[in-house]
Design a protein around this ligand. Structure first.
Ligand SMILES: [Zn+2]
Ligand SMILES: [Zn+2]
Length: 354
């Protein structure tokens, strides 16, 4: 739990109410440590402390409330933060992946003194059992280990979806991915799955560029020593990449992605900027280069469609989710995992609960 801005996380006893209508209790088996958890802890998302962190998780449904039909006790599920409503203007247009009114549990989990907790992304999964809306539970093949499956609940789905859903990467495309952490490497894996013929990984860290090759990068560029725009053009017949994916959330990197893109190509922003950042681009180039500048929220995923499909591909050996798991840790080690994440030493630390 994160009690106050910037303070180290603590372990607490949490009171979890019985599931009400539409809610479910899920016994957590594994939960990844994501940058967003750290952003909550740093007060970068909102000020609604205390936060119950953790949101990239898989586990087993233990109990369901009245009216729940999509899952039953015993189901093995990945938790998602896009439980679509079915009624908002996006859902009614047949685009539920953009749902503007997603469901979370109506009841609150609390500390023993009654203090209400804010669960990270409406999940809160660094806990033995959590309370969510039943729509946040996506059943998948139970033979997939929770350490790997849980990662689809956030960062890995964001990256794969940025390539496949938002970027629309197809067979033979050239793709450049800027930033090779967990999300960027997932974008590389997604581009590889989609049949991209060239995948150019860009980062400042040679170790990360080595890891990127394991996910399918065909070329690597250390942006600290080589201009990535020049490099990407040089390996794409002078043209630039069909799809450039920015997985950092930095205006300078976004500008590089913009100029490293071929005419009529697509830029996808999946990195999360901070509220102070601004971008400046020559407006004539925005017009003249054509194509699309898109942002990707949660990889524009539809959990009910994408999670089971990606687990199938994992089971077939076509998507190596295990490779994202740098280490498995106990719940006592989340603070240490934040430090490793900030230092860039890990792609994902995954908390295992039993
Ligand atoms: Zn909706
Ligand atoms: Zn996350």
């Amino acid at each position: 739990m994160a009690r106050a801005k910037g303070e180290p996380v603590t372990i607490e006893n949490i009171v979890v109410p019985d599931p009400g209508p539409g809610e479910a209790i899920v016994k957590i088996q594994a939960c990844g440590v994501c940058h967003t958890d750290l952003h909550y802890r740093e007060g970068g998302i909102n000020d609604e402390f205390p936060f119950l962190l953790g949101h990239e998780a898989a586990g087993t449904v233990e109990a369901v409330g009245e009216g729940v039909t999509n899952v039953a006790p015993g189901d093995y599920v990945i938790l998602n933060w896009r439980a679509v409503c079915g009624n908002c203007r996006a859902c009614l247009k047949g685009k539920p992946q953009y749902c503007f009114s997603t469901h979370n549990a109506a009841q609150k989990m609390t500390l023993e003194d009654g203090t209400e907790l804010s669960p990270a992304l409406g999940i809160g999964a660094f806990i033995e059992k959590t309370l969510v809306h039943s729509g946040q539970c996506t059943p998948v093949d139970p033979s997939a280990p929770a350490t790997a499956a849980g990662l689809l609940g956030c960062g890995v789905m964001a990256g794969i979806g940025a390539a496949i859903n938002t970027g629309g990467v197809g067979r033979g495309d050239s793709v450049a991915v800027f930033g090779c952490g967990g999300v960027g490497d997932a974008a590389i894996a997604g581009a590889h799955l989609a049949g991209a013929s060239k995948i150019i990984a860009v980062d400042l860290d040679d170790q990360k560029l080595e890891w990127a090759k394991d996910f399918g990068a065909t070329h690597t560029c250390n942006a600290g020593t080589t201009d990535p725009v020049e490099y990407i053009r040089s390996v794409t017949d002078g043209n630039g990449a069909d799809v450039c994916i920015e997985a950092v959330g930095n205006p300078k990197v976004y500008e590089q992605a913009f100029f490293a893109r071929d005419l009529a190509g697509t830029v996808v922003l999946v990195g999360v900027p901070n509220p102070e950042m601004k971008i400046e681009l020559p407006f004539i180039e925005v017009f003249g280069r054509g194509g699309a500048l898109k942002s990707s929220w949660y990889g524009d995923c539809l959990p009910s469609r994408d999670f089971p499909m990606l687990i199938d591909l994992y089971q077939q050996g076509r998507l190596d989710l295990d490779r994202f798991v740098s280490e498995t840790i106990s719940i006592d080690d989340v603070e240490a995992a934040f430090h490793k994440m900030e230092a860039g030493d890990v792609l994902r630390s995954v908390v295992v609960l039993d």
